[in-house]
Design a binder for this molecule. Structure first.
Ligand SMILES: *[C@@H]1O[C@H](CO)[C@@H](O)[C@H](O)[C@H]1NC(C)=O
Ligand SMILES: *[C@@H]1O[C@H](CO)[C@@H](O)[C@H](O)[C@H]1NC(C)=O
Ligand SMILES: *[C@@H]1O[C@H](CO)[C@@H](O)[C@H](O)[C@H]1NC(C)=O
Ligand SMILES: *[C@@H]1O[C@H](CO)[C@@H](O)[C@H](O)[C@H]1NC(C)=O
Ligand SMILES: *[C@@H]1O[C@H](CO)[C@@H](O)[C@H](O)[C@H]1NC(C)=O
Length: 580
């Protein structure tokens, strides 16, 4: 469950102990500075997306059009957080792809001369420079983890992986190549025919190092890039396998070759639920039971701890509520947005450095639908995107110094068991915002919904201060449209935001710094001290400042947060700021 905060003797930890008042409320006293167990400074690219490689062009557009919806939706998040979300271009189809330098068109081609092994052959798709030209439509400096094909193992495998890696290094110009995955989910390769016979974490390790060595000496070093550029093991699940991080370490994965270390972060994958794999049925109410998230990720939480002890960060590069491609009525409705908000904050609070929510062009769990499908005439934005917007603004609000800490919310009474979560966000080491989630399922058909009240003590230094509320809300848990975050709605075609609720939700703490905030069933609130989220300019963090221990010394100036898009909304926003 939550990392124990009581093991520390700091005053903040003692104050963080909750007291249950009565049903439907919880009293929480907060320390005013970040406790030792809080996350590192969150990277502005923390809350990212995975894109299935075969579907890239659905998200970017092809030769005949640019997918402006995707570009704008990514740009919005960049403006909120200070940098574009981290993109992982990887998945099953990365291990089907081979390179041909003459393919400049923006589509992949089936390989008519496919020779390789595999249930779907490891050389069945051809990509070329057009692939990275399309990717480069995404916002400037979007960090990209590109998945190389490791499944391919014919005699010329080295030339193949070098060609793909070189294609990425040479072709990625506007976005930013951050790292390589080498193979997707090798723990499943006996099942999909990519390997036969003796295949284990040990054989994987030596083949992984073989490939890193080729790419290091033939591509990265000549390009002036570091060889610590790879993210193993990209596994689906290591429970009961030989692919656990500690096993791979014993197998020598961190020893590299020729004095070069190749590993830059630990990368694992998981889903909350996977159709065809998870044995129990799933309802929206299950997804919204946040305790079930803790249960599902208990093992991964241990992996995070093991990973961090090796001195390297841990990332979840493939994640989603429901895999492989969502579940209508569950992953595509507002309840999933609350799940997503909680998941990102939970992940941050347990020390995960980055999370990529996986997208395919036919998934009901993709944050937006990049091409018209499923009875819609147009593209559209799913409720999940609104949680990405919320997280991006929470992160940007700290100008590169946001830290997240989970509060203990277990003692809330039977009616709200598993439905209440609270997180603190710190900026410059000081208490800045509190995120309050009430994921009790309430449908749009219920007229007057119940609420749960959080009685917060923000400390005497926050006495008589204004606290501004930003809502992640909709008419009910089951709706797929009409979601708003911080009063904003995103256009299904352009991806631009408009303000649909310019009301100011402002509370004032009492003379001891206390404030009580009701949160409706199926709703989340961010209570920010001193200003409304998104009103202040967001500064881009110094790229060298990733650990909380390296003080926020040199912050470089970034662009102003472009939340307000029309003259009317600018006027409303100014009025709101003036009256604050
Ligand atoms: C690359 O594609 C071109 C055009 O389809 C073809 O002529 C050529 O043989 C291919 N190259 C390789 C190495 O397969
Ligand atoms: C996605 O949702 C739509 C309803 O919006 C449904 O018709 C379709 O079958 C779903 N697709 C999958 C793969 O579940
Ligand atoms: C972030 O920077 C902006 C612009 O300088 C400033 O208005 C805001 O107060 C800063 N936020 C924090 C938490 O320091
Ligand atoms: C909400 O509606 C769904 C069907 O859309 C139903 O399965 C569920 O039981 C309802 N939940 C509540 C709390 O009314
Ligand atoms: C969307 O907003 C951006 C500014 O954030 C603006 O440049 C662009 O023209 C807008 N697009 C549309 C279609 O309104």
């Amino acid at each position: 469950m939550f990392r124990p905060i009581s093991t520390s003797t700091s005053i903040a930890a003692i104050l963080a102990l909750p007291v249950a008042l009565a049903q439907n409320s919880l009293s929480i006293a907060l320390g005013t500075t970040a406790p030792s167990g809080a996350s590192n400074y969150l990277d502005p690219s923390f809350a990212g997306f995975g894109i299935e490689p075969s579907n890239l062009f659905s998200f970017t557009g092809g030769d005949d059009y640019v997918n402006h919806l995707s570009v704008q939706l990514l740009q919005n998040l960049a403006e909120y957080s200070g940098a574009p979300p981290h993109i992982r271009l990887g998945g099953n189809t990365q291990d089907y792809m081979v390179w041909n330098e003459s393919k400049t068109e923006m589509r992949w081609a089936p390989n008519k001369n496919s020779q390789a092994q595999g249930a779907i052959a490891a050389d069945s798709m051809i990509i070329g420079p057009g692939y990275f030209s399309a990717l480069d439509r995404f916002p400037k400096d979007t960090p990209v983890t590109f998945g190389l094909n490791m499944a391919y193992m014919d005699a010329d495998w080295a030339d193949h992986i070098v060609a793909l890696a070189q294609g990425a290094v040479s072709g990625i110009k506007n976005t930013k190549l951050y790292s390589f995955e080498v193979g997707n989910e090798p723990d499943l390769w006996l099942q999909n025919g990519f390997r036969t016979g003796a295949w284990s974490g040990n054989t994987y390790t030596s083949q992984f190092l073989d490939r890193c060595e080729q790419v290091c000496t033939r591509v990265l070093t000549p390009a002036g890039l570091p060889c610590a550029f790879f993210e193993p093991p990209a596994t689906a699940s290591t429970i009961g396998t030989t692919f656990e991080i500690s096993q791979l370490v014993s197998d020598g994965i961190l020893e590299g070759r020729n004095g070069d270390n190749y590993v830059t972060v630990w990368n694992q994958h998981d889903y909350f639920y996977f159709i065809g794999v998870t044995r129990t049925p799933l309802t929206l109410d299950d997804l919204m039971d946040m305790d079930q998230t803790n249960t599902q990720f208990a093992y991964w939480e241990k992996q995070v701890g093991i990973a961090l002890k090796t001195g390297l960060p841990y990332v979840l590069r493939e994640m989603s509520s429901v895999g492989p491609i969502g579940m209508p009525g569950v992953s595509d409705v507002f309840g999933a947005s609350l799940w997503t908000l909680n998941f990102f904050l939970y992940a941050a609070s347990i020390g995960i450095s980055s999370v990529q929510m996986h997208m395919t062009d036919n998934s009901n769990a993709s944050a937006w639908q990049p091409i018209p499908m499923y009875g819609h005439d147009t593209t559209f934005v799913r409720p999940q995107y609104y949680a990405h917007a919320a997280v991006a603004q929470i992160i940007g609000n700290g100008n590169g110094t946001t830290q997240i800490s989970a509060l203990k919310t277990s003692n809330v009474g039977a009616a709200y068991d598993g439905r209440i979560r609270a997180y603190t966000a710190y900026a410059n080491n000081n208490l800045q915002a509190v995120v309050l989630i009430n994921s009790k399922e309430a449908n749009s058909s219920v007229g007057t919904k119940d609420s749960f009240t959080f009685s917060l003590s923000l400390g005497s230094s926050n006495a008589n201060k204004h606290v501004y509320l930003s809502y992640l809300t909709a008419d009910g848990a089951e709706v797929a449209t009409g979601v708003t975050w911080n009063g904003m709605s995103y256009d299904d075609i352009t991806g631009n935001s408009t303000i649909v609720d310019a009301s100011e939700y402002k509370f004032t703490t009492d003379s001891s710094g206390k404030v009580s905030i009701p949160v409706r069933d199926s709703q989340a609130v961010v209570a920010n001290i001193g200003s409304k989220l998104g009103v202040n300019a967001v500064l881009k963090p110094d790229p060298t400042q990733s650990k909380k221990s390296s003080a926020a010394s040199s912050i470089i100036s970034g662009s102003r947060n472009a939340v307000y898009t029309t003259a009317v909304t600018i006027f409303l926003a100014l009025a709101m700021v003036m009256s604050a």
